[in-house]
Ligand binder design. Structure first.
Ligand code: ZN
Length: 157
């Protein structure tokens, strides 16, 4: 048994589109990823409209209203509500409101290695699927276009 108090955890050290505290490792979870989020107006849960081919995700909104972009439409999820995305469903949640959003993001299995973005490709001049790959030796994230194979973005970690 392990218990954590969110206020006692160290604040995030990395740059992120929102204030996020991972709870999985402090709690010692083996199968479940848990992240505590605070989103100021304009913040978002992730970097891009994306999907996990190998992980389902649930977002529980504790305070405020988050707006999730999906492949079909936008869905508002308000305090006291939860939303679940299957593996393979594209999504990105944003705080488009005027007040703070507090939420928990749950993912299973804990690790995810098959992430794909769906966004503009400069070469294709349209939105394309773009697999995200991690080079653990070079510590570089590469995002390439599945349509034209061009390297869209390279991020050194
Ligand atoms: Zn392309």
């Amino acid at each position: 048994m392990r218990k954590v108090t969110i206020q006692d955890l160290d604040p995030p050290s990395t740059t992120s589109p929102a204030y996020v505290l991972p709870l999985g490792d402090p709690l010692g979870t083996t199968h479940l990823s848990i992240n505590y989020f605070e989103l100021d107006p304009g913040d978002q849960f992730g970097y891009e409209f994306h999907r996990h081919l190998d992980q389902e995700e649930v977002f529980y909104i504790q305070q405020g209203t988050a707006t999730f972009e999906t492949s079909d439409d936008e869905i508002e999820v308000s305090a006291g509500e939860a939303i679940r995305f299957s593996p393979g469903e594209f999504q990105l949640g944003r705080n488009l409101g005027a007040s703070k959003v507090i939420a928990l993001a749950l993912g299973a299995p804990k690790g995810t290695e098959e992430i794909e973005y769906y966004r503009q490709c400069p070469a294709c001049e349209t939105r394309t699927i773009q697999p995200v790959t991690f080079d653990s030796e070079e510590r570089i994230v590469r995002i390439s276009c599945a349509e034209c194979d061009s390297l869209v973005e390279e991020i050194a970690l």
